[in-house]
Design a protein around this ligand. Structure first.
Ligand SMILES: [Zn+2]
Length: 276
């Protein structure tokens, strides 16, 4: 009976969650411990950045996830709490693009390079660094208009079907690109599709990505502070014109960067009861 009461109490402290494909669900938990378990992911519960008594878990929902209801489980010492999760399908725009044909049907000699870059990126994104380098609210890497949103369903040259894995920011001429938050540079090199590329590890499974760069101002292993100039934008890789592509990976899954930033940044805004 007592266990049942404790269970009911804990259940009442976590709410049912709604998620959309391609976006993240930020779950606040009554203590900063344990893991959150879904049918295909085990996610560490992290410290809430401004409330030491609570925890958070950042659950990315894959772009190709299907709509439906399921349960996720918060497992912590002495606790096992089921949280209902309802996944809905977001409405994303459709885009038709024309690019260099070699970036749609790569020549045979490029295939090995593409595969090497793909597996290298996968290994980076799936590595969990148990240190928090993101110590404040995230910023946009440059102050400019969005020219293509995350999630657009894309057709390249009338054949290749894909989706846009980040957000494009206008940068017609090379301009300074800033680190969205603190972190360690884990990749700074030219790649077949993304051109001049920088990846920053912010710790705790969060990686920001900057594509199509024309010049690097940092190297692998460098620690960067938020706002540091890390590169100049450019027009390298699979592009229709010069711009900055800004992406985010969370626990190995590509997610809408601006949606993620908005949700994390809300944790840094004092709640009403803190204003007393
Ligand atoms: Zn892009």
């Amino acid at each position: 009976m007592r266990l049942l009461l404790i269970f009911s109490f804990l259940t009442s402290l976590v709410c049912a969650e709604i998620g959309y494909n391609g976006k993240s669900v930020l779950i606040t938990l009554p203590s900063p411990s344990g893991i959150l378990s879904t049918h295909d992911l085990n996610i560490s519960v992290l410290a809430h950045p401004t409330d030491k008594n609570r925890g958070i878990a950042i659950l990315p929902i894959d772009y190709y996830a299907s709509a439906g209801d399921s349960n996720i489980t918060w497992i912590a010492p002495g606790k096992r709490v089921s949280i209902p999760l309802s996944i809905k399908i977001a409405s994303y725009p459709i885009e038709t693009l024309s690019v260099d044909p070699a970036k749609v049907t790569p020549p045979p000699e490029a295939l090995e390079r593409i595969e090497r870059e793909r597996s290298q990126a996968k290994a980076i994104y799936e590595h969990f660094t148990p240190i928090r380098y993101w110590d404040r609210a995230f910023i946009k890497p440059l102050d400019s208009n969005i020219t293509s949103e995350y999630g657009s369903a894309r057709t390249y040259n009338g054949t290749l079907q894909s989706y846009h894995g980040g957000v494009d920011l206008r940068a017609r001429t090379p301009i300074a690109v800033h680190a969205t938050n603190g972190g360690i540079v884990v990749l700074a090199e030219d790649r077949y599709y993304s051109g001049g590329t920088i990846i920053i590890d912010h710790g705790e499974g969060l990686y920001s990505c900057y594509f199509h760069l024309s010049r690097y101002e940092v190297k692998v292993g460098d620690y960067v502070h938020q706002g540091d100039t890390i590169a100049l934008s450019g027009d390298t890789g699979r592009i229709t014109g010069p711009h900055l592509h800004f992406g985010f990976m969370v626990h190995g899954i590509q997610t809408d960067p601006l949606d993620l930033i908005e949700k994390i940044n809300a944790l840094f805004i004092p709640q009403k009861e803190d204003w007393k």
